[in-house]
Design a protein. Structure first.
Lengths: 456, 297
């Protein structure tokens, strides 16, 4: 049969339990602003009961454990969306660096093309005039410079993105190393039946950072989590991390390797994927369009130029330096002649004929083999630049909104609420007060009992 | 149901979003442009390349027209002077064909005609900025030189080439008539008939002079006909100029449609964004500091 001592013991246990619970509340409040922190709950449980004389007596409360409140599915969705946001952000950041080059249609290749054809138009009104011929050469050189500047801007972007690859790989490796270490601790605690709590929070937060850099696939196992890239290249398996390596690949650009395998083309998500995509797909596409325009313009123009006669009555030569290959044409685009008299304006050999200028000028309205007029091809190039930019912008807006929503959902489950913690605090305080009062009461009862002996 | 206890990021996102709207509207208003980089509106940016090309071309066409106009006017004026000279020659010829004029008077008339011949040759060699207008495309060599061994009294050093200049997209005008077509064609030969008249007065009979005078008359009619060519081009240049000026206005308005800011809309947007921004700030100020702690003693 339970006595006063039993009550005293139950009350003391209650005091301890409420104190423990208050510890959780304190820790929650302390971490209210810690990124990735999942709130914890004190799991209180009834103590084993005692059956005495047919009665089942409650033996108070025990503080079972502290448990973090989290939704693993949401966490996985967060990783995924974070990867997409990282990708879009990386693309947009890099595209914004070059967009301004192609923002003003009166400048750059477009404006230079127009100015070049205008100089020919001017020449058609006065084909023998040396200064007008000089203007044509000047405009042609400006066009060449515009091609060079645009190609340079794109190539500079490409090389700065290339430099970012090894840096990102280093960041990834540093993260996977930390994750693997924490992963081992988490697995160990789970193996002992403990809630890994803040250790898991720290690990998950690092995985979240990792997912920003590269798109990851996370699977839960008995030994913690396994992290691979979306294509299955292992990054972390249990307590072991697998470093990625970067090194110069065949094209002269940095490749990403995992255990000797080139995985560059497989990396599509995250900041690294976005960087690689702009470096390997977007910039080459843009450069390719410029190169094609430069190459086809030079070829078409030269053919027409050779059909004419220069100021001295000699057959026209190459106006632009013939380009050996399409690749790199925008960079090597240059004017072949420097003597204004060599502009083949004449169609009949006489100095005053402008017949060939009319033919050269007609190129502005002719479709090049690529299917556009020269200015049309540049307009299409601007459209391409704009589309890449606006797609990245749209993706970023969408993934940011989605990420925000997911973060909200995660916080709805795991976030610390000051209101809730305040309420809990009062609850625990009241329970503590009550238990303490029980002790006072029992103490007084004992005093009474002892006094019976004294006075009696 | 548990809701997200940490609303600070959402509140901030709302504030940023309305601030962004404000910035956008303000930028549109201040720059007058809706599209600043290609990604703002890829299609419009792309179309703007064409618009600017067209606009710049149009400027060039207008410049071409100015250049051509002065050439045409110079050519027309020269032809006008030639007509005057030929009319003089005709009246001298008519005088010389009269049987009553003495031989010495005829020589005098022939002298006057030689002067006219020289004047016409000079007019046929008119140049603008070193370019001879009536020499075909051989415009750097003097088209006509006096040549007493030739039947026409002159030698043509030009060619039959003609130039065309584009004055609007797809619209090309012929900008010259070759000298030999202009002065020595089927309807008459200016130099040949002048030489014929001079010879008739120097050594021929009255009827020779009459025949030669008629030949000069035919040549005069031919020139008058050719002047129409220049008149037509001037008309065409004028009407194209009007068209191109209108085109400039159209292109400007197209530019405005493509990338220009709708000022009224931008102003409204700014007002709306400001209201939304204020609301977001007010809401944040009201919500953020509140917690249960405010009510606990």
């Amino acid at each position: 049969m339970p006595g006063l001592n039993t009550s005293m013991n139950i009350a003391v246990q209650a005091l301890l339990a409420e104190q423990g619970a208050l510890n959780v509340t304190t820790n929650n409040i302390a971490n209210v602003n810690t990124p990735g922190y999942s709130r914890e709950m004190a799991v209180l449980q009834e103590a084993p009961t005692v059956i005495d004389g047919g009665n089942n007596y409650g033996m108070g409360v025990t503080l079972q454990e502290f448990q973090s409140v989290r939704d693993q599915m949401l966490q996985l969705r967060l990783y995924e969306e974070n990867g997409q946001q990282g990708n879009a952000q990386a693309q947009l950041n890099s595209l914004n660096q070059i967009q301004s080059y192609f923002a003003d249609p009166t400048k750059g290749v477009g404006g230079a093309l127009t100015a070049f054809f205008n100089s020919l138009s001017q020449l058609s009104t006065n084909p023998t005039d040396t200064s007008t011929r000089q203007q044509v050469l000047l405009a042609a050189n400006n066009l060449a410079n515009a091609f060079h500047a645009s190609a340079d801007a794109l190539q500079n972007l490409q090389s700065s993105l290339d430099e970012a690859v090894p840096q990102t790989v280093t960041q990834i490796n540093s993260l996977t190393t930390q994750i693997a270490a924490l992963n081992a601790q988490v697995a160990e605690m789970q193996g002992l039946g403990h809630d890994p709590g803040t250790t898991q929070d720290r690990r998950d937060q690092l995985v979240l950072q990792l997912s920003q850099l590269v798109n990851v696939s996370v699977t839960q196992t008995d030994h913690g989590i396994n992290i691979t890239t979306a294509n299955g290249v292992p990054l972390v398996v249990s307590g072991k991390s697998f470093d990625l390596q970067s090194g110069t690949a065949s094209g002269g650009l940095q490749g990403v390797y995992s255990q000797g395998q080139d995985i560059t083309s497989q990396l599509q998500g995250g900041q690294l994927g976005g960087t690689l995509q702009v470096r390997d797909t977007v910039v080459p596409d843009m450069l390719g369009q410029l190169d094609t325009l430069a190459s086809q313009l030079a070829t078409t123009f030269n053919t027409a130029h050779q059909a004419g006669f220069d100021l001295n009555g000699n057959p026209g030569g190459n106006f632009f330096t013939p380009l050996a290959a399409v690749a790199g044409a925008a960079t090597s685009f240059s004017v072949a002649i420097s003597d204004p008299a060599l502009v083949a304006a004449s169609s009949d050999g006489s100095a005053g004929s402008n017949g060939n200028v009319v033919q050269l000028l007609a190129i502005k309205d002719q479709k090049l083999p690529v299917g556009f007029t020269p200015v049309g091809a540049y307009a299409n190039f601007v459209l391409t630049v704009g589309n890449y930019g606006s797609n990245a912008q749209a993706n970023l807006t969408a993934s940011t909104a989605s990420l925000q929503q997911l973060t909200d959902q995660r916080n709805a489950v795991s976030g610390v609420s000051i209101d809730e913690e305040s309420t809990n605090m009062i609850q625990f305080q009241r329970a503590y007060e009550a238990a303490a009062r029980v002790i006072t009461t029992v103490n007084s009862m004992m005093q009474t009992l002892i006094n019976i002996g004294v006075t009696g | 149901m548990r809701v997200n206890p940490n609303i600070a990021p959402d509140v901030l996102a709302a504030i940023y979003a309305t601030q962004q709207q404000q910035d956008t509207a303000l930028q549109e208003l201040s720059s007058g442009k809706r599209v600043n980089v290609p990604s703002d509106d890829p299609l419009s940016s792309s179309l703007m390349v064409g618009n600017q090309d067209q606009s710049s071309r149009t400027d060039q066409y207008l410049q071409n027209i100015d250049t051509l106009m002065s050439q045409m006017q110079t050519a027309d004026t020269a032809l006008g002077s030639i007509v005057t000279a030929l009319n003089q020659a005709i009246s001298l010829g008519v005088e010389g064909a009269n049987g009553t004029v003495s031989s010495s008077q005829k020589q005098q008339l022939a002298q006057n005609l030689l002067g006219i011949q020289a004047q016409v040759v000079q007019l046929a060699n008119i140049e603008v900025g070193g370019v001879f207008l009536f020499g075909g495309t051989a415009s750097t060599t003097t088209p006509y030189v006096l040549d007493s061994t030739s039947a026409s009294g002159v030698q043509y050093n030009g060619n039959q080439g003609v130039n065309t200049v584009e004055i609007a997209d797809g619209l090309k005008v012929q900008t010259n008539l070759a000298g030999d077509q202009l002065f020595q064609n089927a309807s008459g030969d200016v130099f040949g008939s002048l030489q014929q008249l001079i010879t008739a007065l120097q050594t021929g009979t009255s009827s020779d002079a009459a025949t030669a005078t008629n030949a000069v008359r035919d040549a005069l009619n031919g020139i008058t006909g050719s002047r129409i060519f220049y008149g037509n081009i001037e008309n065409q240049l004028n009407s194209t100029q009007t068209f191109l000026n209108q085109e400039q206005v159209n292109l400007k308005s197209q530019e405005n449609t493509l990338i220009g800011a709708d000022i009224a809309k931008a102003a409204t947007d700014l007002t709306q964004a400001t209201t939304a921004h204020n609301a977001a700030l007010a809401a944040a100020a009201k919500i953020l500091p509140t917690s249960l702690l405010d009510y606990l003693k």
